[in-house]
Ligand binder design. Sequence first.
Ligand SMILES: [Zn+2]
Length: 250
Amino acid sequence: MSSSAASVLDLVPGLLREYFKERWDATYPAAPWHDDAASGSLFWNGSQAGTVPLGQVTITKGSGKIGTSEDLRGKLCAKDTILFGGLRCRVLEPITKTSLTVNTKPEIEGTFDAFGLEIRCERNAPSNMAGSFEKHVLPGNLSSWDITLLLFALVNSSHQLLQCTAAQQEPGTAKCGECYCCKAQALLTNIRNLRNNDYGHVQQCGIKAEQSEKAQNIIMAFVKHCLPHKESAIEKQIGDLGNLNLTSDI
Ligand SMILES: [Zn+2]
């Protein structure tokens, strides 16, 4: 039995961690990733201070529904954070032209300046995964992030680390499928499928040579596009794994 495909798959978490850090740093150059709790909190909770002016809000004591002086529909969505009058609240839907709802019933009343976060909190975590994601994200230590969390962070997170360039230029347009980010997303989808479809199988019955080759091709295609500076190093690593398996098969 050759275990080379399983070994090749073992390279995936490390590669995804490196790519996540690159994309985070490219997205937020002023707040590069440091593998610490400050980075983890930035990902999960967003910036600490509210620095983005959102006009004024009018609060009625005890009511979560607040009036807004600006139409905030393009600036905030559900789960976003809004700060006013010393409070930090989460936004609930619906958001209308003149109002929104927050997740608390403020004990204050009156009109206050409102602010949003420069780096917004994570809003896309599926509810059944949010607890486990949060536990691993907050310490900020990438070595504890598994493939599921890394793929979420790269592909599905509201931080949009791989946002289609065309959609970015013209909000509302569908993905172009052609730009750097769309290609990276497709390559990451291949890795997700490889993990979902093949990895369980690998562990149960060992791996056939062609599956091993397929895994290598998928991983190398990802490395070429997303981590080109690692290409020769990873090629060598995969080659070494192959030799190791050849030797152990004799
Ligand atoms: Zn695109």
